[in-house]
Design a protein around this ligand. Sequence first.
Ligand SMILES: *[C@@H]1O[C@H](CO)[C@@H](O)[C@H](O)[C@H]1NC(C)=O
Ligand SMILES: *[C@@H]1O[C@H](CO)[C@@H](O)[C@H](O)[C@H]1NC(C)=O
Length: 412
Amino acid sequence: MRRLLLALWISQIAQCSCPPGFELVRDGECRGKYASIEEANKDAIKVATEKCGEIKGQPIIIHNEEHQTYWMNRALDERPPNIATAFIMIGLVCNISSKRYEWADGSSVDYRPPSDEGSAMDRDCEPRCVCDLSSKGLWDCGCSPPGVVTPHSHDLFCTTQSNQFPPLSDCESINDESSDGVCYQVGAISDSWQDAQATCQQRGGNLASIHNMQENSFIRRLAVTQGAVNGVFLGGTITGEANEFGWIDGTTWDFDNFYSGFPMRGAGDCIAMDTSTTNGQWMNVDCSSKLPIACIQTTTAPSSTCITGPYDEGSIISSPGFPFSASTPCDFFLTVEEGKKVELEMLFLEANTCCDYVTIYDGFLGGNIIANVTGEVSNAKYTTTSSNSMRVSWQPNGGVNVKGMQITFRGV
Ligand SMILES: *[C@@H]1O[C@H](CO)[C@@H](O)[C@H](O)[C@H]1NC(C)=O
Ligand SMILES: *[C@@H]1O[C@H](CO)[C@@H](O)[C@H](O)[C@H]1NC(C)=O
C-alpha cells in the first residue's frame, strides 16, 4: 500500500520542466523546435516571437560563443541529405528608428559570429528582413521586396526558461517571528491526497505540516475564510517502515491534534483536518477522498547540507537544497539486505546537460559505473549487477536554475 502511494504521488510530480522535445541545456534554459511557420510571411519574425511567446519563450538569441556553436550544430542536425547548408531562423528584428538589428527580447547585438565581413549587421535593416543562422555559422538576412513572396515553411526554434516557482502570491503567513518564512495557501477541492500534494508541489510547496496549536488555528481559520468549511487535506500520511504517520514535507512529527480514537485503524492512510469545529481536529481518511487542500511553502531555502546516509529503503532522498537550489554536490550510499541487489529509482531529475551529472556506481568504492545521467529524467530505474550496495553521486557543476534530484531505492 505504501509503495503504491509513493508511486502515485511521484508520477504526479514528475513532470518535465521543459516543453516536450526541448532539451534542458544550461542555467535552466530549455532549447528546442517548437513549430513550423511560413517564412513567406513578411512578418515572420513577429509571428515567430508570438509563437515562442506561447511557451513564455523567445526565438533564438545569440549573445556568445556557446549560443552560436549550439545553434550552428542544431542547424547542421536539421540539414537534409544532399543539401550543402541548412538555415534556421534567428530572432533578429529591425529597429526602424535606428535601422539597426537588435534581438527580439530588446537586447543589443553584442556578439558577432567569427568571419562575418560584409555582414547584414553592418547595413541598414528594414522591417521585413528575416535572418537565419547557417550550419556554416554565418548570419544571413533576407529582405524580400514588398509583394515578393517565396513561400517555404521553416522550423521554428525557441528558448525558454524551465519552470520556475510561481511567485508566492495569495500567500498567507502567521504574523509571528517563530513562523518566519513559512506561508500557507488553501486551494480548491482535489481528487485525492496524491493530487493535492501534486498541486502543492507545482506551487513550490507541500501539503501542510502542523507543529503547534497556533499553526493549527491559523490553517483552520484560513480554510474557513476560503470556503473550506468541512475539511482540508494536511500533509500527514503513513510513511517509513514503522508504518507511522509522518509529514510529506519531511518535518518532524512533533504535534498532533487527532480526535480521540484517531488515527482509527482502517479509516485511511492520509490525514485531514475537520474545519467545521473551532478546534480543527484531525482524523485519518481514505487518500482517495475529495477534499480541499492546504499547502505550505517555506520561503527560506531548505537545508543544503549533504547527508550521505544512512537511508531506509523506500525513503525519498533529495539532493541538498531541493527544489530551491541544486549547487551542492553529494554522494549517497545506499545498501539493502545481503543477497539482494539495489534498485534505484530516479523519481525526478532536473539538471543542466552542459554541466550537472548524477553518476551511479555498483558498490561504494571502485565499482563500475551503472549510469551517468543528466537533463530531465523521471521514473527511471537502475539496478546493481550483484552488489547489495550502490553509490549515487550528485555532481552539479553550478546547478544553476535547476531543481536537482529525488531518488528512492529498494532491494530486489
Ligand atoms: C531603437 O533604437 C533607438 C536608438 O538606438 C533606441 O533608443 C530605441 O530604444 C530602440 N527601439 C526599440 C523599440 O527597441
Ligand atoms: C559523466 O558524463 C560527463 C559528460 O559526458 C563527463 O564529463 C563526466 O566525466 C562523466 N562522469 C563520469 C564519472 O564518468
